[in-house]
Write a protein that binds this ligand. Structure first.
Ligand SMILES: [Zn+2]
Length: 592
């Protein structure tokens, strides 16, 4: 194996330029020292928020403080990710993280103070001309006010807040630290200890014995601790249910969705639209079984490659031109920002010793939206480039079109631009592909993405909803109950071509997202929005898409998507995405 280059040996044009953030470590130190004064500036408004002018100034001071923290943090973590072994860089991250959580505590009075204002005073603030710009934020706080309890009740909840965290904390201590998985043999007969990190890789093995042993190995451990995991899950879900009840929400689901002002029907119609479109997924599994030469698939036959990786090496320059051509349908404005991204060194491209693995997009308001890559030169890494550029350009347009206060977009829309870019890239590469094998690889790429993101996450969303509804009805979430329900759902989402191993019933125990309170459905709606938008873009209509890119957090997410032409109050976007999946399955069958 070739040794990775040292950071200092990388050509400078392949690395990111962080000087727009800070030219030197000393400049960072200088800003770091100023943070305390910014906290004092903000805290002088404590107790004065009923005065519109004071509240206005408090908002300004709060934004100024959080932007300063964000900038310090961004520089610290980007620099540290370049070389995770560098202790000076690591220390900077630790210092800003510690200080910022301290600041969080010292400034936490703001929303509770607003929430505690008498109704007439709060209404007066909503009408105050000086606060016009902040009206959207005030309305959001106003929505919460209806669910704010008396001061004494809130005090009790605050004091017991830590205890409510116990199920998730214990889950992660057990899952990440205490569990020990068995040894299995890999393809070469070498002994390997199973871990969270290598499990999926093992499931992707072309050797069925390796896949089988990995699957059985992992779940032998989860089944051993199933009662502990179930008790934690039961407590977690009960926390959500009780909190929603105390705060007078109709249900835990409504409580969670109210954060982004999303109607309950969006969640439910996602599930019913997917139910009505399971046929193409069954068809895909049947085809997969046939291609793998199996009578029936088992749960460990779903991740191994159906189409060998188009073993094509894509040098960086070619990757750049592929992505630029693929995104050209977005128009000149978009492409000119892409050029800027490459020219002004927004990205850190090659792998090197000590660099953080994977890829991400990250930055702070008004500065370049940086990309960390580990470009390995296969086709997957071209998709990664397109994906991360989607995030970065979304941030770029949102930042430039909004004041800092409303620039940061919500999680609900966070994966839309990145997935849109992937779909556009797949479309472009497919039109240029010369061999059947390459075409099959590309079609399969999109199928896998949609299967994992749209179908699988909706199955998770359905399981999550079931847990909360059952818990609200007083049904205890025992290991047996959870496992039986989970197994039933798996059977539904896999069809006749799959005969699931009984051990899949314990998968719920392995998924951290089930502790996140109605989070996963956003993956499914995100990819559906992307599918709908990509189709509009390819048909020559980019106006709606730009409205979306520039919206930031200026409106509720459902309205932002509506403005872009994607209406989640109807099942239309989900149906469109499912149709795209069905078309790809048909194509794959033809190609192979
Ligand atoms: Zn992403």
């Amino acid at each position: 194996m070739q040794e990775l280059p040292k950071r200092s040996d990388l050509p400078v044009e392949q690395t990111w330029d962080l000087t727009p953030l800070y030219k030197t470590g000393a400049a960072w130190e200088k800003d770091f020292k100023k943070l305390r004064a910014l906290v004092r500036d903000f805290n002088q408004y404590k107790g004065k928020l009923s005065d519109p002018q004071m509240l206005y100034e408090a908002f300004r001071a709060s934004d100024k403080l959080s932007l300063a923290v964000e900038k310090l943090y961004t520089f610290a973590h980007l620099r540290s990710d370049e070389d995770t072994g560098n202790s000076e860089n690591r220390a900077r991250v630790d210092r800003i993280s510690a200080l910022s959580s301290e600041i969080g505590g010292e400034t936490a009075w703001f929303e509770p103070e607003l929430s505690a204002l008498p109704e007439e005073q709060f209404k007066a603030l909503l009408k105050a001309p000086v606060l016009k710009f902040y009206r959207r934020t005030l309305k959001e706080i106003g929505r919460d006010r209806k669910h704010t309890l008396s001061e004494a009740e809130e005090r009790v909840l605050e004091l017991s807040g830590d205890a409510f965290q116990t199920p998730e904390k214990t889950f992660s201590a057990l899952n990440d630290a205490d569990l020990v998985f068995p040894m299995i043999k890999d393809e070469k007969g070498k002994d390997i200890r199973l871990s969270h990190g290598n499990y999926i890789k093992m499931l992707e093995s072309e050797n069925r014995t390796v896949r089988h042993d990995a699957f059985k190995g992992i779940y032998s451990v989860y089944s051993m601790f199933k009662n502990t995991f179930a008790s934690l899950m039961d407590a977690e879900v009960r926390n959500h249910v009780v909190d929603a009840k105390m705060r007078h929400y109709k249900s835990a689901l409504c409580s969670s969705l109210s954060e982004d002002n999303i109607p309950e029907s969006v969640y439910r119609s996602l599930i019913s639209a997917v139910h009505e479109n399971l046929e193409p997924l069954y068809e895909y599994f049947a085809f997969r079984a046939e291609k793998l030469g199996l009578k029936k698939l088992d749960m460990y036959d779903i991740h191994c490659p159906l189409v060998p990786n188009a073993a094509r090496n894509v040098p960086w320059d070619e990757a750049v031109s592929m992505v630029k051509n693929a995104l050209a349908p977005l128009g000149e404005e978009y492409v000119s920002v892409l050029d800027k991204a490459f020219r002004e060194r927004w990205m850190d491209i090659p792998e090197c010793k000590g660099k953080r693995s994977g890829a991400y997009s990250g930055g702070c308001y008004g500065k370049p939206p940086y990309l960390l890559l580990n470009h390995s030169g296969n086709l997957d890494s071209v998709f990664t480039l397109a994906h991360e550029l989607g995030h970065s350009l979304h941030s770029y347009f949102s930042d430039r079109s909004n004041d800092y206060h409303y620039a940061g977009y919500k999680i609900f829309v966070a994966e839309v631009a990145s997935t849109t870019n992937e779909i556009l890239l797949q479309h472009y590469l497919l039109s240029k592909a010369e061999t059947q094998a390459e075409k099959a690889y590309l079609v399969n790429y999109l199928i896998d993405t949609f299967r994992g993101t749209l179908y699988r996450q909706t199955m998770f969303a359905e399981f999550e909803l079931m847990m909360h509804e059952h818990s609200a009805e007083g049904i205890p979430l025992t290991a047996e109950h959870l496992s039986n329900e989970y197994y039933k759902l798996n059977a539904l989402y896999h069809g006749d071509a799959v005969e699931p191993d009984q051990d899949i019933r314990y998968e719920w125990a392995r998924i951290p997202h089930f502790h996140y309170d109605f989070y996963v459905y956003k993956y499914a709606t995100g990819i559906s929005a992307a599918a709908a938008l990509a189709q509009k873009i390819l048909a020559g209509d980019t106006d709606g898409y730009f409205r979306f890119l520039k919206a930031g957090d200026s409106k509720d997410v459902i309205d932002i998507m509506k403005d872009a032409g994607v209406d989640f109050t109807t099942p239309e976007p989900i149906n469109q995405a499912l149709k795209l999946f069905a078309d790809q399955v048909k194509q794959l069958k033809k190609l192979m």
